[in-house]
Design a protein around this ligand. Structure first.
Ligand SMILES: [Zn+2]
Length: 299
């Protein structure tokens, strides 16, 4: 029998991110008695490798596996890293180990459906309430430089607002320094559902999810802006890295891990490499128009 290399911790973390982004875990009942779990990941670039390790089948959209042992093995491997679908996996693995059979399948199916219906709301936004205008006695929300709109104008007109040089404003620092596994997870998550596009010639990394877990985790590392958007079906949490340096730092961090979006990420990074930045702003870069058009379709 052919020897297959076990996935490393970083690879498992990558699959964890990928599973959170595009994976699904379904349980079906056979003849109302036996239940069967099915794992699917909609990511073509990783499908061959996943099949090599865990077996299963290549579907049109990616990879899927149904065999009892393979499903359990895959779920065990990624469990330490998964965030959004952690409780789903735990519920299925607990049922695997309990060996409960007749009748319990229906309970599990109901449990999973309940766990899947997690929606984000305003309560999950971490900065709500904490970012208030820093002007004495003002209680309005801050919108610029820690001041509300009125006090920002007031400070600007009176000249008391310290004007930072553009270059100084461009530095990036982590809110919390990430581990390699967190970066691998971020790579999988970005490869699965992230996007990078150009907004006013700046690269902007953005995610939209109807579950807040992973985005809040990434926000705790990179900062950026979180907002809610009402979609046709449900509320979505949007996480954006609005600062150019933050987007570049994120893309540089995930580059070693991403598969499907590797070319795209490498191209954005090449466009904004330090040597090019020294030459001047992105606006006078001759290739700017091209990359704008090319990358606009990738979002
Ligand atoms: Zn104010």
């Amino acid at each position: 029998m052919q020897e297959v290399r076990r996935p490393s911790d970083l690879e498992c973390a990558f699959y964890g991110g990928l599973f959170d982004a595009t994976g699904s875990l379904r349980v079906s009942l056979n003849h109302g008695r036996f239940w069967q779990a099915r794992v699917a990941i909609r990511h073509r670039a990783s499908a061959a490798r996943l099949r090599e390790v865990y077996g299963g089948a290549l579907a049109a959209s990616g990879w899927e596996v149904k065999r009892y042992g393979a499903v359990a093995c895959f779920l065990q491997d990624i469990l330490p890293y998964v965030i959004e679908k952690h409780s789903l996996i735990e519920a299925v693995l607990a049922r695997f180990s309990s060996r409960a059979s007749v009748g319990d399948g229906a309970v599990l199916v109901a449990d999973l459906a309940r766990l899947r219906r997690v929606a984000v709301d305003g309560a999950c936004l971490p900065q709500a309430g904490s970012r208030r205008c820093s002007w004495d006695g003002c209680t309005r929300a801050a919108c610029s430089r820690g001041l509300c709109g009125r006090h920002y104008q007031q400070a600007r007109l009176s000249g008391t607002l310290a004007v930072r040089r553009r270059r100084a404003a461009r530095s990036f620092s982590y809110r919390r320094v990430p581990t390699q596994r967190e970066l691998a997870y971020a790579g999988g998550f970005f490869d699965g559902c992230g996007s990078v596009r150009f907004v006013a010639t700046r690269p902007q990394v953005a995610f939209a999810r109807s579950h807040g877990g992973s985005l809040l985790h990434l926000w705790s590392i990179y900062g950026g802006s979180l907002s809610l958007r009402r979609n046709v079906e449900r509320q979505q949490l949007i996480w954006r890295l609005t600062a150019r340096e933050a987007s570049i730092a994120f893309l540089r961090d995930v580059l070693p891990f991403v598969v499907e979006k590797r070319e795209e990420v490498a191209r954005v990074l090449a466009e904004f490499s330090p040597s090019k930045r020294e030459e001047g702003s992105a606006a006078d870069h001759p290739d700017e128009g091209r990359s704008d058009a090319d990358l606009g379709t990738c979002t």
